[in-house]
Design a protein around this ligand. Structure first.
Ligand SMILES: Cc1cc2nc3c(=O)[nH]c(=O)nc-3n(C[C@H](O)[C@H](O)[C@H](O)COP(=O)(O)O)c2cc1C
Length: 211
């Protein structure tokens, strides 16, 4: 309890500090900052479904993410069907996938078409590994988590890639193509728990000018 109160107090201090630095009155940017600072992983959900409109909002937020060379190498599998979600669990994947009313599987294209370096103008593009796919899809995943929080939903990032025992059954069950990799699975639902956001502010991690 003490830790929760201390955490909440530290968080409030961070928000107030951020607002004070920004001299501006309560504004949309304050709301964005507060949303970022108060997001926390939610792992318990009520039975209430997530609406189609909410799911679309989450996906729009995901697809607004930055990506290297603006390749947008992402795709999504949205699963609300309880039988499919239960099958994932029987295949040894996280039990939250059955408990949340919706899961969003964030997938990345692991290859891209590109002309080789020093290739002539008229060279055909070739399929090469896209070294940035997981970074790009991580930005997507965080955007979705933040959007879920702003809608009053609860969500958590659960790892899929790089663990073969997690991604192999997911790929098989959901029919994900060979060169596409599920990076993260986000269970989303209406929160059935209210954990305090963690205070992660560690000034000692910052080096100004030089390490
Ligand atoms: C790459 C990554 C993988 C994660 N995998 C899992 C997971 O498999 N299961 C889980 O319950 N949480 C997972 N998490 C959530 C973290 O445990 C959580 O973000 C961390 O404890 C910080 O808590 P917070 O999200 O409430 O700030 C993952 C987070 C990240 C970024």
């Amino acid at each position: 309890m003490k830790t929760k109160i201390a955490g909440a107090a530290a968080l409030l201090a961070t928000i107030l500090f951020a607002m004070a630095c920004n001299n501006a009155p309560q504004s949309a940017s304050d709301a964005v900052l507060e949303n970022i600072l108060t997001r926390t992983s939610i792992r318990q959900y009520t039975d209430e479904p997530v609406s189609d409109a909410q799911i679309e909002t989450l996906l729009r937020a995901g697809m607004a993410a930055p990506s290297a060379r603006n390749l947008q190498p992402w795709s999504f599998v949205v699963v609300t069907d309880s039988t499919v979600r239960a099958s994932l669990v029987t295949k040894g994947v996280n039990k939250m996938y059955a408990e949340a009313p919706c899961i969003i599987v964030v997938c990345g294209e692991t290859t891209m078409m590109r002309k080789p370096h020093d290739a002539p103008e008229d060279a055909e593009p070739q399929e090469v590994p896209n070294g940035n796919w997981s970074v790009d899809c991580s930005a997507v995943t965080e955007n979705i988590l933040l959007a879920a929080h702003s809608l009053g939903l609860g969500a958590v990032w659960t790892a899929c890639w790089p663990y073969e025992d997690r991604y192999a059954p997911v790929k098989e069950l959901l029919g994900i193509p060979e060169k596409v990799m599920p990076l993260a699975i986000i269970p989303v639902g209406h929160p059935a728990e209210d954990p305090a956001p963690k205070d992660k502010w560690k000034p000692e991690r910052i080096h100004y000018g030089r390490w």
